[in-house]
Design a protein around this ligand. Sequence first.
Ligand code: ZN
Length: 330
Amino acid sequence: MEEQQEKEELRQLAQCLKDFLGLDRMYTNPYAILSFLADQTIKNIEANRHTSFKSAEIAKTVSNGNSEPSAWLSQYWKKIDRDLKPLHINGLSEFALKRGLKKYPWVTKIESPGGAGHQAQYLITGIEIDKSIVVKSDRFSDVPFDIEYVAVQDIKPSFIARFIFNANHSAIGWRKWLLVFYPMLEMVAFSLLGSVLILGFFMGNHAITSRDLVYLIFIYFTFLLCKHAYQRSHAFLNDRIIMASDHFMSFKENNIVQELVTVNNDQGDFLYKKVQLTKYVGICPICSAQVVLEKGEPDFSKRVVGRCKESPREHVYSFDRTMKKGNRLI
Ligand SMILES: [Zn+2]
């Protein structure tokens, strides 16, 4: 009876990990290893088979058996345990709590006692959730919603962002103020450029030439850039959330928001505010495709909305960053 209960707990943990990984669908080897373990654990519990796996079994499926299994797996194990675990601990803890689990799932490695033929074993285990790191969302549990969003932190910031942000893509202290005023700094830079151009335009006292036309075009584009920077600055200060600047994202990375987050202690007292880059994803309740955040324009001006990847114009959802929930907009 007890064994049955343990198996059911493990199945729920594996399902939780599988669904969490399915949210962002990353295909690099460390994620493929985690996905394989979650998937195979569920299958093996149903078939009453083993739930800890040797490197040979993992490597056979994930790497197509092209390399020496132990060496192949140990290079990715470091990444899974040292980098991915701290990166996902908050999101995964929150995700598990929402399902009523007391623990969050991760993979544990059990070293072999040694000797030829003994390989390390990898298995899914539950780790106690540290409730102080989880955003408390119980107070919104009665609010009706169509979609729930989960914060996934595995984003690839640009070189500039790596300089400005601290660990975990958040900025506090002078870095925070730099980010709050970043669009304003852009605006000042563009205004100066515009002034120099305007000055250059009026300096020459000759008939209008094609050079003057080029000047006018440059002045016009500088004005547009200035206006754009002003709008972003205004939106961030007012709305506390904007789509992150392309300057902060590496190539191919998008759908990231820049948000102002209030950090409270365990008792709910205010500690400080920080600027954070976050990627939120959800699953479309209509077609089960991934939903990512994008600008609301043109239909939902000044809003950040969730758009389904399969039907971005039709399956559109609101995004409430306090509740991490949304409702259908179209
Ligand atoms: Zn959809």
